[in-house]
Design a protein around this ligand. Structure first.
Ligand code: PXP
Length: 254
């Protein structure tokens, strides 16, 4: 079927949610406010980010409750990643982020390890989605690229799914192509179910384009790589400025 003009325009649009959790990781390594997460959000948004994503973890290892409220008060569009626990749902009801992505959470994990299993504990998930929607959030569910999970997300009342791209990101060779194909098929089935399709996890300069080319994917959430790469893109300039301040303090020119 030939794409209509509106469909083609819709398919060209893709949003970037910048996850700034690891700016907070750095900030928390010392007890001050540097690097400031509002400044990071400002830089991200003035360079093309469409929203700021933060994962408020049960152990508050990076983002803290106050960060979420400050980002909202400062007017950023906030996508809150969180587990579907009573504590987090109450926080979301109070803070009212623009969108929520429900994720599985294990205390010991380094990062979100897999998608939610939406076939387990359905009633609790359904109530969580309803409560979040009630407070005005668009609700996504972070899942593996699997048609059964997509259908379940729809049944549970979510408006979007976020496909976990982690296993695609780390796969190599033929397996990478298979993982990519699973993402393509899943994105298509989300679209035909009538729910929005987002994707994220482990994306970087080398692997983002194949995912961004999937027409039904309307949003990517990317964090770790951006924060890590920012070091290499700017470390030279920062070191040079420090050395020049030191030399100037000794009366030497640049
Ligand atoms: N999407 C979800 C649901 C996540 O949990 C994360 C990690 O916090 C990301 C996207 C971003 O992953 P990464 O930091 O690897 O880019």
């Amino acid at each position: 079927m030939e794409e209509t003009r509106t469909q083609a325009e819709h398919h060209r649009k893709i949003r970037l949610g910048v996850n700034i959790d690891h700016v907070a990781t750095l900030r928390n390594a010392r007890s001050g406010e540097h690097p400031n997460i509002l400044s990071a959000a400002e830089i991200a948004c003035s360079n093309g980010a469409d929203s700021i994503t933060v994962h408020l973890r049960e152990d508050r290892r990076h983002i803290r409750d106050k960060d979420v409220s400050c980002l909202l008060e400062a007017g950023f569009r906030v996508n809150l990643e969180m587990a579907a626990t009573e504590e987090m749902i109450s926080i979301a009801e109070h803070l009212r982020p623009h969108s929520v992505c429900l994720v599985p959470e294990k205390r010991e994990e380094q990062t979100t390890e897999g998608g939610l299993d939406l076939l387990v504990d359905k009633e609790r998930l359904k109530t969580s989605v309803a409560r979040l929607r009630e407070c005005g959030a668009e609700v996504a569910m972070f899942i593996e690229a699997d048609a059964i999970q997509i259908e379940a997300a729809k049944q549970l009342g979510a408006q979007a799914v976020e496909l976990h791209t982690g296993s695609y990101a780390i796969a190599e060779g033929e397996e990478k192509q298979q993982r990519l194909q699973q993402l393509r098929v899943a994105a298509r089935s989300a679209d035909s179910c009538g729910i929005f399709c987002h994707a994220g996890h482990g994306l970087d300069f080398a692997n983002v384009e194949s995912v961004a080319r999937i027409p039904e994917v309307i949003e990517l959430n990317i964090g770790y790589f951006l924060v890590a790469q920012a070091l290499f893109d700017s470390l030279g300039a920062v070191v040079a400025r420090m050395k020049s301040l030191m030399l100037a303090a000794r009366g030497a020119g640049d």
